[in-house]
Design a protein around this ligand. Structure first.
Ligand code: BG6
Ligand code: MG
Length: 211
């Protein structure tokens, strides 16, 4: 396979902001007395903010108006942004930086394909922005993963066909999106154990040997 581009999911792949998402949702769920644990949290990986809220509210014993839901999503996002403000380049592992650097040396173009509307802020806070040739995120899409839109737009920005790109994901919804778009689907973390994943990674730097 001729591989010229790699599109990375952000939360849970390049940085551990998946933990911050969990903490911010947990704070909201506890206040509303809605049961929420890490197993439910895994279902939120790759899913948009409002769709994530709907999944959490499945366990609520009453229904909520659209206004109430919007207020909840804003409350969660404010708590999440507070956690993001504490981030710096120290939150990116040496392994991630060294791997991105080696991929660049090989002439591979790198992009972000994230459902998050906070992706730009995270990339700036952590200094990851300097490695990326393109950023496709929650601000330029109308359909969330498992729809392939976010990855197709990233490939388009790289001016590469999907068949020449790999997608690296921690979400099963992201693996489904990658496959639907015709990309090689590489899974890490939760997605490494998913049976649809083309190439599972046990650690991020494995990317250098499997491609
Ligand atoms: C994805 C996360 O990257 O972004 C999801 O995996 C999250 O858990 C989604 O819901 C949307 O994030 P944000 O920052 O726009 O609320
Ligand atoms: Mg993710």
């Amino acid at each position: 396979m001729e591989l010229n581009g790699i599109i990375f999911d952000l939360d849970g792949v390049l940085v551990h902001t998946d933990e911050f998402h969990y903490q911010a949702w947990k704070q909201l769920a506890d206040r509303l007395c809605i049961p929420f644990d890490r197993q439910v949290n895994n279902r939120l990986r790759g899913v948009s903010r409002m769709a994530s809220l709907e999944i959490i509210l499945e366990a609520a014993d009453r229904s909520f108006s659209d206004e109430e839901k919007l207020a909840m999503a804003e409350e969660k996002n404010a708590a999440y942004r507070k956690l993001l403000e504490t981030m710096s380049p120290k939150d990116v592992s040496d392994e991630v930086v060294e791997t991105l650097s080696k991929l660049k040396e090989r002439g591979i173009r790198l992009a972000i394909g994230s459902s998050s509307k906070n992706a730009g802020f995270i990339l700036k806070q952590t200094g990851l922005d300097i490695w990326m040739d393109a950023v496709s995120d929650g601000n330029n899409i109308t359909r969330s993963k498992p729809d392939p839109q976010v990855f197709l737009m990233a490939a388009d920005m790289l001016t590469l066909p999907p068949a020449q790109c790999a997608v690296v994901e921690d979400a099963t919804a992201g693996i489904d999106a990658a496959l639907a778009g015709g990309f090689l689907a590489v899974g890490i973390g939760d997605a490494a154990g998913y049976d649809r994943t083309d190439k599972p990674l046990s650690t991020f730097s494995d990317l250098l040997s499997i491609l």
